[in-house]
Design a protein around this ligand. Structure first.
Ligand code: G3P
Ligand code: CA
Length: 295
């Protein structure tokens, strides 16, 4: 079956990474909820995409003088109690109103608790697909992410390879550390923003279970398969699953009339195993309908 990964929750409909967005993704039938993770100064994993609170919160109103030397409100400079004072806000134009109130940045634990309860109450087994954001940056600040991540996952029962969890990162050292030093058997996905050489794919196959490439490494902006779909073929030949990012109904590839067309091409023509989508209702319709996916 094809996999739907709710990118930052149902972020096409509600401010990204809020518990509301993740609950909506669960209700829409996503196979996995995707939280990006960063750490607070007091060592708590929170669900946030950037190492700058400025992009998706009202931090500037509360802490105008707390920017770092690079002009960022870095979560690693704030304790959780301070982050609790912030309102989470929509990132993109044309989506949920930007001046909303009532949304907060959740901790990773709060998201896992929400997921556990929604699974229990609905009988579903939706998984979790956490991404460690900037693990080297955090480690330099004494905030190594790997051990707290595995500990938190274990607390919620994610310990075996068969458990519905995929840990993803752009940083190969982070994934290798999890596999080789911390001896974790959980599914690992190497994110890729650039095309890998075949030797690099061999290397990735040595410690990870799949790749999460930018979709432009599979199909170019003119809707042509890159290198005759070599990346998917080469990854599959090495036993790696392929989960490209990011699919959005409001950022269609030129020439596409609707997201469904793009999703069908990736699932069916290119043969990807899953994908990251801001609109998990649409992706679920395509991925989970046997007629739509012709599997
Ligand atoms: O994690 C897959 C995809 O989400 C990577 O890009 O920037 O949305 O985290 P980003
Ligand atoms: Ca991500």
């Amino acid at each position: 079956m094809k996999t739907v990964i709710a990118h930052r929750g149902a972020s096409g409909y509600l401010p990204e990474h809020t518990l509301a967005a993740h609950a909506m993704a669960h209700a829409m039938g996503a196979d996995y909820l995707e939280p990006d993770l960063v750490m607070t100064r007091d060592g708590v994993l929170i669900v946030l995409h950037d190492i700058d609170l400025g992009a998706t919160t009202d931090v500037a109103e509360h802490f105008p003088d707390r920017r770092d030397k690079k002009g960022r409100w870095c979560p690693a400079d704030f304790d959780l109690a301070e982050i609790r004072r912030l309102q989470a806000r929509e990132r993109l134009d044309g989506r949920f109103r930007r001046d909303s109130r009532g949304f907060q940045i959740p901790t990773f634990e709060e998201l896992l608790q929400l997921l556990t309860e929604l699974n229990r109450l609905t009988g579903r087994n939706t998984g979790i697909y956490p991404e460690t954001k900037h693990p080297a940056f955090h480690r330099e600040r004494g905030l190594a992410m790997e051990e707290p991540l595995l500990a938190m996952l274990a607390e919620y029962g994610y310990v075996r390879r068969s458990d519905p969890v995929c840990i993803q990162s752009f940083d190969p050292h982070n994934l290798r550390h999890i596999r080789e030093n911390l001896d974790s058997d959980l599914t690992l996905i190497q994110l890729l923003s650039e095309a890998p050489a075949t030797s690099r794919l061999d290397e990735i196959a040595g410690f990870a279970d799949g790749i999460g490439p930018d979709k432009r490494l599979i199909e170019d902006a003119q809707r042509r398969p890159v290198n005759n779909n070599a990346l998917v073929r080469d990854a599959h030949a090495r036993g790696l699953v392929v989960h490209p990012y990011t699919f959005r109904a409001d950022q269609l590839t030129a020439g596409d009339n609707c997201l469904e067309d793009e999703l069908r091409r990736f699932y069916l023509d290119y043969g990807v195993d899953g994908l990251f989508c801001d609109h998990p209702d649409i992706a679920s319709r395509i991925a989970h309908d046997p007629l739509a996916t012709r599997e």
